[in-house]
Ligand binder design. Sequence first.
Ligand SMILES: [Zn+2]
Length: 268
Amino acid sequence: MRSAPWLWLALVALDAVAIPAQPPTLADLASGKLEVVDLSYPLNAQNAYWPAENYRPFQLDTIATLENNGVLSKAFASPEHLGTHLDAPNHFVAGKPGVDRLPPESLFGPGVVIDVAGKASADPDFRLTAEHVKLWEQQHGPVPAGAIVLLHTGWGRFWNHADRYQGRDAGGRLHFPGYAADAAEYLTKERKVRGLGIDTLSVDYGQSRDFEVHKVLGHAERFGLENVAHLDKLPTRGFYVFVAPMKIETGSGGPTRIFAILDESDRN
Ligand SMILES: [Zn+2]
């Protein structure tokens, strides 16, 4: 018996409609189906850190060994703002939450990468402006509400060369790229991002004197992420970011584990 022509047509039509990929679930993450990119550097005494008074290198001491004590145990000391770390709103603005008071829901969000590695390579004092962000949005779509934005400057390639990473000139001034204040204003106010990250020592560029971007973030009660690793391994969009800072009571920030969870269903 021949099937009705309308049925055949309907099947052809159904086949022609691409079925959109489903967004990943936490169950997919738990079962190991999703690719996870670790965006944190290992902490060690060679890590570049902010060259200011009272800052000091990461320090790790062994306080018990398997040979002598039957257990391996170490003690560490570190500035809060060393290695891959989070800047809390109270870092630059009085009365704002410390790292221990950031709402846990604020530490997860859709991620986007804004790639300025070419521009930063030509100009180490490059700053991402609101205009640059709007041009990026024309190409890639709006930065999603609640996003965690990651600025890829290419500085990660200098991570193991602390002097080059700081970009210190003969006069001791620092040169590395960053966000401009108007980009931070646009992203926090218009796009309601949860945080701004970067693969350099600071969300403000190296030449900054007044740390405007830090202040915009502090006033908006959003966080910064600095020395974020492996941004070259991420797509422009189509991933989620999980941020897990150490919960230092009253802390102005702290060493942070950051993971990107890739979402193949959201690629463009
Ligand atoms: Zn910091």
